[in-house]
Design a binder for this molecule. Structure first.
Ligand code: NDP
Ligand code: ZN
Ligand code: ZN
Length: 352
């Protein structure tokens, strides 16, 4: 079996450290990819630290992968050696249910296989993600990276990009709508760019005064400091949509109060129980909707890459050496990244 260098967490409390793994021998419909860049998502931290209680160690995180193909299986038709490609949050699904047929593999009725911490459907092994020099993936879950995109700044589109684009589109954001984006991190800053590209008037809700000027530079029309009760009261009943990327439990009620009637609050950041409880009156009295959304399917992920190439949209990234990943996690926990770390995998490949 081919060996791969990687970085892994061995337990919920151990820092990430070098770890050698095996990648599977190519199946007929697989492609082998040498990884050039991998974005750092807050989900990587949740998985490394077992925040969701389902981590299987060692965890090799990373699901914003850009690389180039080094080998293809005998029946692969969509790719050739040398193609620049991407892999996002999924590496397999049943490929045979209503959701998969609809291109919504993330809602596969039989469960999708996550790029890391997933269980391979054929051999039962636990999947390892993109903090690695290579990966082997079924061709259906491999994306074409348009030539117009910068390969380093495109990596976060594979999770932060699709996770914000998909719900904005699905719930019907259109020109003239008022959209609020909660949290200005990796997902949030992409949410601003997509909502603007869809013609919305966009407001960033942030705890960080220091991000106000930046948010405007990103294209946000307005900024609300979410910890300032007066500023929150000033936008009561104002928004058609709120896209909530906050990664920890938080009180939704003050935000629901900012929606107009029929407004939709879309959760993407939180996977735990909502705490404190949502006051049902905040929904009922204005026919508001509390919704959630998970990444996006493979066809729509390709659509995001193509959309960004066409509209000249890119992620704002800080490049990172693999060896500095633990410090990067600490900065992300403080909300201190502009706005996505991307690992230059040359740093791992060149390490002794
Ligand atoms: P980041 O760490 O990049 O950004 C999160 C932002 O949320 C921060 O920058 C900060 O913004 C705000 N924030 C952080 N802590 C708090 C807090 N205690 N209270 C209020 N706001 C806070 O994370 P990502 O954008 O990578 O991910 C966000 C969440 O989305 C994660 O939980 C991740 O697991 C989840 N996720 C969900 C997906 C899905 O399919 N639904 C896919 C990908 C990720 P500010 O400083 O502006 O307040
Ligand atoms: Zn992610
Ligand atoms: Zn399926």
């Amino acid at each position: 079996m081919p060996q791969a260098k990687s970085y892994a967490a061995q337990s919920s409390t151990s820092p990430l450290a070098p770890f050698n793994i095996e990648r599977r021998a190519l199946r007929s419909d697989d492609v082998a990819i040498e990884i050039d860049y991998c974005g750092v998502c807050h989900s990587d931290i949740h998985a490394a630290e077992n925040d969701w209680g389902n981590s299987v160690y060692p965890v090799v995180p990373g699901h914003e992968i850009i690389g180039h193909i080094t080998a293809i299986g005998s029946s692969v038709s969509r790719f050739k050696v040398g193609d620049v490609v991407g892999v996002g949050c999924m590496v397999d699904s049943c490929k045979d249910c209503a959701a998969c047929d609809d291109g919504l593999e993330q809602y596969c009725l039989n469960g999708f296989v996550g790029t890391y911490n997933g269980t391979d459907k054929i051999d039962g092994t636990i999947t390892y993600g993109g903090y690695s020099d290579s990966i082997v993936v079924h061709e259906r879950f491999v994306l074409n990276v348009p030539k117009a995109l910068n390969v380093a700044t495109a990596a976060p589109l594979l999770c932060a990009g699709i996770t914000t684009y998909s719900p904005l589109k699905h719930f019907g954001v259109k020109a003239g709508h008022k959209v609020g984006v909660l949290g200005m991190g990796g997902l949030g800053h992409m949410g601003v760019k997509f909502a603007k590209a869809m013609g919305a008037e966009v407001t960033i809700f942030t705890r960080s005064e220091s991000k106000v000027a930046e948010a405007k530079k990103q294209g946000a029309d307005h900024v609300v400091i979410s910890t300032d009760a007066e500023q929150m009261a000033a936008v009561a009943g104002h928004f058609d949509f709120l896209l909530d990327t906050i990664p920890v439990q938080h009180d939704l009620n003050p935000y629901l109060n900012c929606l107009t009637y029929d407004g939709v609050h879309i959760l993407v950041g939180l996977l735990e129980p909502v705490e404190p409880a949502v006051h049902a009156g905040n929904l009922i009295m204005k026919r508001r909707v509390l919704a959630g959304s998970l990444i996006g399917g493979i066809p729509e992920t390709q659509e995001v890459l193509d959309f960004c190439a066409e509209h000249n949209i890119s992620c704002d990234v800080e490049m990172l050496d693999m060896q500095n990943i633990n410090a990067a996690y600490e900065r992300m926990k403080k909300g201190d990244v502009k706005y996505r770390f991307v690992i230059d995998m040359a740093s791992l490949k060149n390490a002794a």
